[in-house]
Design a binder for this molecule. Structure first.
Ligand code: GLN
Length: 550
């Protein structure tokens, strides 16, 4: 029978429930248990696809084309396994399903209520992945903080499941904060006590407490927390602030979070976790031998979470190259043809980010022109690739007003446009080319060399496409389409073979980069940045301990 672990959060948001859930899953996986993680989000949006990145950070996309919470990205990066639509459920999705059923008459004249109808639907969805007989353990992260009104149906659903399944099959790990008061030189347990109390008022008691803290928790304090929060003494876990999220699985192993979970779930300890590859990655990340500075050009750069997967993929690629990747955020709105040289001069490479809409678009085009003309390694992702095509059309092919029809519907050279099939769709959300599509790489291309094969599959999230009517002109002038969708003929990759590294991809390679499988395009891009830095004589050795990102 599949066992369930719930990860809840207390005291404040942003304590890193996703990372704790992913770290625990990693350890259980390393002990031989097939484990997956799912996230339940208490907001009314049906999915985060239509949410502004300022609201909710990046929208992560799974193989099956689900637009999901960015925590699913962490799950995949840690576990090195795919997630799916079933791994992310929102309140909006739950209600939509229940309301549709009500309209179909499925409740036979009954009053449809939060309890039992909404809670039953939550329970059904929680146990859905477990019923596939694929997983020994399903970890469910509950979004939000205990005490939020919108979390109540979820807490109630978990309470019922725990009652039905028994404590040995259903575990609650509560992530909380033990703040350190500098003036008093003391760690304070009261907020944790209150959040546990609030949860137990709703009938649910945590089994394990993971305590975020800036200072180590001594035995006495752990005992106090255990006593007042009614958990066993070994179930108070210290989670010190970490220099990188990738050290958290090792910290949790040191604190025996996995062992305590298995004990409480009455499961054997399994094989001793072999995290040697993970440790090797961490070592390379912490002790880089060189450094590169990469400019990330986007319109949400002030918000770290908006480009989460890209930043993580750069960290993975940096470790492979034993090179610290310093990301310099450049707001596309701040770039003009006049200042591009000054703003980009000290960069070893330029990455133009995905995005939607017109804001900052000219700055992106200016940055691409500068990178192309000055032979600075360039990597364009989705909108970044589309704008690389627009820039090429304007400045190489002389099509002065070339554009994407997303930005200018009346352009006389629509080098990026919407495909016929998409034109009739008016509803927002789910109208895009989403999820995994196959792509065939041209023999002899940079892309084929980087991937080391010709048949690949990558995830998409966009409405607009390269307009193939222009392909011949582009290729003649030196921009080659080196990746083609075999089913539709759509252009998925463009390259400039004459440039040290100029690659634009219509898909999102960042979604598939994991610790154990860093994405080849990011690895090659960082390597190209390293070469550029050497060429420019900027290379200096970095010996000190350093950690990228986070
Ligand atoms: N806005 C562009 C499109 O819809 C690119 C999307 C993206 O960068 N993810 O095609």
């Amino acid at each position: 029978m599949t066992k369930y672990i719930f990860v809840t959060g207390g005291v404040t948001s942003s304590l890193g429930k996703g990372i704790i859930a992913a770290s625990l899953a990693k350890l259980l996986q390393a002990r031989g248990y097939s484990t997956t993680i799912q996230k339940f989000d208490p907001y009314i949006n049906v999915d985060p696809g239509t949410l502004n990145p300022y609201e909710h950070g990046e929208c992560y996309v799974t193989e099956d084309g689900a637009e999901t919470d960015l925590d699913l990205g962490h799950y995949e990066r840690f576990l090195n396994t795919f997630t799916s639509q079933a791994n992310n459920v929102t309140t909006g999705r739950v209600y939509q399903y229940v309301i549709n059923k009500e309209r179909e008459g499925a409740y036979l004249g009954k009053t449809v209520q939060v309890i039992p109808h909404i809670t039953d639907e939550i329970k059904r969805r929680i146990t859905l992945l477990g019923q596939k007989n694929e997983f020994d353990i399903v970890i469910t992260e509950l979004g939000g903080t205990v005490g939020d009104i919108e979390s109540l149906p979820y807490i109630e659903a978990v309470r019922q499941l725990k009652w039905e399944m028994g404590d040995e099959n259903c575990l609650v790990v509560h992530l909380t904060l033990i703040p350190y008061l500098k003036a008093a030189k003391e760690l304070k347990t009261k907020p944790t006590q209150h959040s546990v109390k609030m949860m137990s008022e709703n009938g649910l008691n945590p089994d394990i407490l993971v305590c975020r803290t800036e200072e180590p928790l001594n035995k006495e304090l752990k005992r106090k927390v255990a006593l007042f929060c009614n958990v066993t003494q070994d179930a108070v876990i210290e989670a010190m602030d970490a220099d990188t999220i990738y050290s958290v699985p090792l910290e949790m192993m040191r604190e025996q979070l996995d062992e305590i979970c298995l004990k409480k779930l009455e499961l054997p300890m399994g094989t001793d976790p072999d995290l040697s590859r993970w440790k090797e990655f961490l070592n390379k990340l912490r002790y880089p031998k060189s450094k590169v500075v990469i400019g990330l050009i986007g319109k949400y750069v002030e918000l770290q979470d908006a480009y989460k997967s890209i930043l993580e993929a750069l960290i993975h690629a940096g470790a492979v190259n034993e090179c610290k990747v310093e990301v310099r955020n450049i707001h596309s709105e701040d770039l003009t043809p006049k200042n591009a040289a000054e703003k980009l001069r000290n960069l070893d490479a330029v990455l133009v980010a995905p995005g939607f809409g017109n804001r900052g678009i000219d700055g992106k085009i200016d940055a691409i022109r500068y990178a192309r003309e000055n032979k600075i390694p360039f990597f364009g992702i989705c909108l970044g690739m589309q704008m690389a095509c627009v820039e090429f059309a304007r400045n190489v092919l002389g099509m002065e007003h070339a554009h994407s029809t997303e930005m200018n519907d009346d352009t006389n050279h629509a080098v990026i446009c919407m495909m016929e099939e998409q034109k009739n769709i008016t509803q927002m959300g789910g109208t895009m080319r989403l999820g995994a599509y196959e792509c065939k790489l041209k023999e002899g291309s940079k892309a084929a060399a980087i991937y080391g094969k010709q048949d690949i599959s990558e995830r998409h999230r966009h409405r607009y496409e390269f307009n193939s009517e222009y392909l011949e002109a582009f290729e003649k002038a030196g921009m080659k389409a080196t990746g083609i969708n075999p089913a539709t003929g759509l252009v998925e990759i463009v390259e400039l073979p004459e440039h040290p590294y100029f690659v634009g991809v219509q898909f999102h390679p960042e979604y598939k980069s994991t610790v154990e499988n860093p994405h080849p395009l990011f690895v090659a891009f960082v390597a190209a940045a390293k070469e550029a830095r050497n060429r420019n004589g900027n290379a200096e050795k970095v010996f000190e301990k350093s950690v990228a990102g986070n």
